[in-house]
Design a protein around this ligand. Structure first.
Ligand SMILES: [Zn+2]
Length: 160
């Protein structure tokens, strides 16, 4: 039995809660968790709670997970350098199979080309923390821009 690492099990699904026909789960994404997850990134939580919605279906072996991660972030706009709102909606699909997790606790989830990521879980609990973190980090734009548009002129205007 592995000891729970504090802060590592925000998104955990106990397999006993999964119906044979599949079950839906919704998690709130706490700001503190998001803050830690984005530690190495240029984006930061915007202060509104995010959400992870996931449908879990048993397949043999393991479970097939499809879901969407919604988070509200802020990042410096590459054009005007103000904080641009970044509302991410990141789909994911992953096949969780029983087994030993990889030494590096990253998870391959592929949303862009639709192919299926795979991950392992141990015991009766699937922990999605690294999946959620990786998915968010991979979805961050390289050059965020103000969604409502802006121009280089805004650099020289007052903040209001
Ligand atoms: Zn801008």
């Amino acid at each position: 039995m592995l000891l729970a690492v504090p802060g590592k099990r925000t998104f955990a699904i106990h397999t006993v809660k999964i119906e044979p026909s599949g079950s839906d789960f919704v998690f709130e994404v706490p700001d503190a968790w998001l803050d830690a997850a984005l530690e190495a990134c240029d984006a930061s939580p915007a202060g509104r709670p995010g959400e992870v919605a996931v449908n879990v279906s048993p397949i043999s072996p393991g479970y097939y997970l499809t879901g969407t991660i919604h988070v509200h972030l802020g990042a410096a706009c590459a054009r005007c350098l103000r904080t641009a709102a970044l509302d991410l909606s990141v789909p994911f699909k992953v096949h969780m199979t029983p087994g030993t997790p990889e030494p590096r606790d990253d998870v391959e989830t592929v949303a862009e080309d639709g192919s299926l990521g795979t991950a392992h879980f141990q015991g009766e609990e699937m922990v999605l923390d690294s999946l959620v973190r990786e998915s968010i980090v991979l979805a961050l734009p390289m050059n965020p821009h103000c969604p409502e548009g802006c121009s280089i002129e805004d650099l020289y205007r007052d903040e209001d």
